[in-house]
Ligand binder design. Structure first.
Ligand code: SER
Length: 391
């Protein structure tokens, strides 16, 4: 079975072979863009290239980007841990064309990588195409449809509206129609009963989007209007944890080797067992193994937990994790900081910033946990006192 590290490397090697320059992930915390607190997509660091304000040294770029979607336009926090495929921090594998290749190459290469290199069965893949939007005066994506029709049968193509098939970075900024690739990971029996086409974009936990190919051609301005950009670009983003799950044949992202290391560590520390189900205890395992990534990597990127802005978002994620282990794993001491070691070793060669600052990150997390546990216990004691007084 391909490991997650091999899967990531195959992506980068594939696009390097198509003359892309491989670059590093930008920090997860954004300091110089008032429209965004955290990196929410691989394209953020290239925004000025799309707008035509700057020129890259190579018009073809690829990377894996640390992203966080817990605030603003893209916010998944409450789903995390409850379901098996949303995350706070996730890696987005991406390839970009800055005014260079366009739909035909982007579509053909995404198909080649998924089916030839990763060997995902073709009959499990579905693609979506933008149907257009009259109000915004946007045409349907005829070129994307033509390119996909060369590769997939018509019952594997679905048409999507502006909500699903027109990608925007935020309230303002580069945007354009997109074509998503979804994978159907259900059993053959289920697939025979209901065709996957009917479940695309319907929140089915086993029929999930893995890759979004955006064709950036517009800039959404502060007054809400769309301005056509001087050049057309490609911006793709593939959810790494979902891709690994599809390739490793798992029904949950948390059953892949991206998460099993931290889940095993939580089991070792608490003495509890992860049973792959929907109990609160299982949700707690998933919440911890997800949240420790967001917390550790944002601190390693220079954002300390605090009472406002980006720091407050981190504090909220950390406190959500503490409440879960305190309540459902019956663990009453700092736990999260104990996971940093395993995590930092897992990502040593991908995002070395965590490994290099391991003891600092552990210390910050431990202090935060200690102070929040004190608050939690104080609150519970007060509730007990009120109960005693009222009896
Ligand atoms: N920017 C697009 C997304 O985040 C594709 O990378 O889905």
């Amino acid at each position: 079975m391909m490991t997650s590290n091999e899967i990531r490397q195959n992506f980068l090697d594939f696009f390097a072979s198509k003359n892309h320059k491989i670059v590093g992930s930008a920090p997860i915390v954004i300091k110089n863009d008032p429209t965004l607190m955290f990196t929410n997509a691989g394209m953020n660091q290239f925004k000025d290239y799309f707008l035509g304000n700057k020129k890259p040294s190579n018009p073809r770029i690829a990377d894996t980007q640390k992203c966080l979607r817990v605030s603003g336009k893209h916010n998944d926090l409450e789903e995390v841990g409850v379901d098996t495929y949303h995350h706070t921090m996730f890696e987005m594998l991406g390839n970009w064309s800055i005014g260079d290749y366009f739909k035909a190459e982007a579509i053909a290469w995404s198909w080649e990588l998924l089916t030839d290199i990763y060997k995902i069965p073709k009959d499990r893949l579905y693609v979506s195409v933008f149907e257009g939007d009259k109000k915004e005066n946007l045409p349907s994506s005829q070129i994307a449809l033509k390119e996909w029709s060369k590769l997939v049968p018509s019952d594997h193509i679905v048409f999507g509206n502006k909500k699903d098939n027109f990608w925007e970075m935020g309230d303002t900024g580069p945007c354009g129609p997109c074509s998503e690739i979804h994978v159907d990971l259900r059993s053959d029996e289920e697939r025979n009963a209901i065709p996957g086409q009917e479940l695309v974009n319907k929140d089915h936990p086993q029929v999930i989007e893995i890759w979004n190919n955006v064709f950036i051609q517009y800039n959404r301005k502060a007054d809400g209007t769309l301005e056509k950009l001087p050049a057309a670009h490609v911006d793709t983003g593939m959810g790494f944890e979902r891709l690994v799950r599809a390739i490793q044949g798992k029904t949950s992202n948390y059953d892949t080797d991206v998460f099993t290391g931290t889940i095993a560590e939580v089991a070792k520390i608490t003495g509890k067992t992860y049973t792959f189900g929907d109990s609160k205890q299982d949700v707690a395992f998933r919440v911890l193994s997800d949240h420790i990534r967001a917390i550790s990597f944002t601190i390693a990127d220079g954002q300390l937990p605090s009472n406002n802005g980006a720091g407050y978002v981190i504090r909220r994620i950390l406190r959500r994790a503490v409440r879960y282990y305190y309540t459902y794993l019956d663990y009453k001491q700092p736990l999260l900081y104990q996971l940093v070691d395993v995590l930092s070793r897992q990502f040593e060669n991908v995002f070395p910033e965590l490994y290099l600052q391991k003891s600092f990150v552990e210390k910050v997390i431990r202090e935060e946990e200690k102070s929040f546990l004190k608050t939690l216990e104080g609150g519970l004691r007060r509730i007990e006192d009120i109960k005693v007084t009222n009896n």
